[in-house]
Design a protein around this ligand. Sequence first.
Ligand code: NAP
Length: 291
Amino acid sequence: MPAIRLDGKLLAQTIRTEIAARLTERVAEGKHPPGLAAILVGDNPASQVYVRNKRKACEEVGIRSWLFPLAANVPQRQLLDLIAELNANPEVHGILVQLPLPSHLDEKAVLDAVDPTIDVDCFHPENVGLLSAGFPRFYPCTPHGCVQLLRRNGIDTAGKEVVIVGRSNIVGKPLAMMLMQKRTAMNAMGGDATVTVAHSNTADLAAVCRRADILIAAVGVPGLITADMVRPGAVVLDVGMNTVNGKLVGDVAPGVAEIASALTPVPGGVGPMTIAMLLENTVRAAELLDG
Ligand code: NAP
């Protein structure tokens, strides 16, 4: 039987409707709407599309959004000054620095300059530390999107074997952190799973993947995960977003749909959930800062 499709587009729409209702209530109580400032350096077409989609999603739910486009050769000092100015602006509850940055900029220094209380991407070391310690201020957007896709489709991770392929700071590592942690009142997204993280040095990747009740591919290699690497009945999340001949494809090969019990499509799976979780974090920042 082919895998159930875990529809991230539909779920993200549901979450956005929930957020819009929360914000209508917030404004009715006389509070300010949240605001997100997006910084886009250079003219990378993919980054332009991502930022446009994020801003559109903000506006649809009632989050104010501002775009700060900077030239590809912007000096680092100018970018840091802009971030300092936005940090000090009480109307800004989230700063998004669209990655990747041009190579002359020090990405770590730039991300570290964002005030951690409005670091809605959850990249700042203070927020990474809080997440690691089990007292998250924000959940990082793509990992949180994966966890919500599982939870809201009734797939419990507690006690399950989870294998994550990929150990990046944006996806694999924080997702492993979330899924392995104890679920507590302070850490509602703790997964209580037994987590293995695989990467480019993993010996016998196929055998490691076959251990998984829940297999998550966050690699960036089209079709890397093939049907023979999946245990029959496993749940598979495909985080990969790769362009092949102008078409968006994931890290999971088409034959996996015949083996898995549930699978996220690409496009329409994890991608839209990432944006929904960015909105969630911006609202959370506003609630933490302004009540
Ligand atoms: P990344 O920083 O390039 O990390 C890729 C990871 O995959 C690394 O840990 C790397 O191992 C591992 N890897 C590479 N080749 C491998 C192989 N043959 N076997 C096993 N592991 C391998 O990428 P990322 O930022 O995490 O993104 C991963 C994918 O997710 C990309 O396609 C990206 O576009 C997509 N993405 C999607 C969303 C979304 O919203 N859907 C968000 C973010 C990223 P090493 O550490 O050993 O190098």
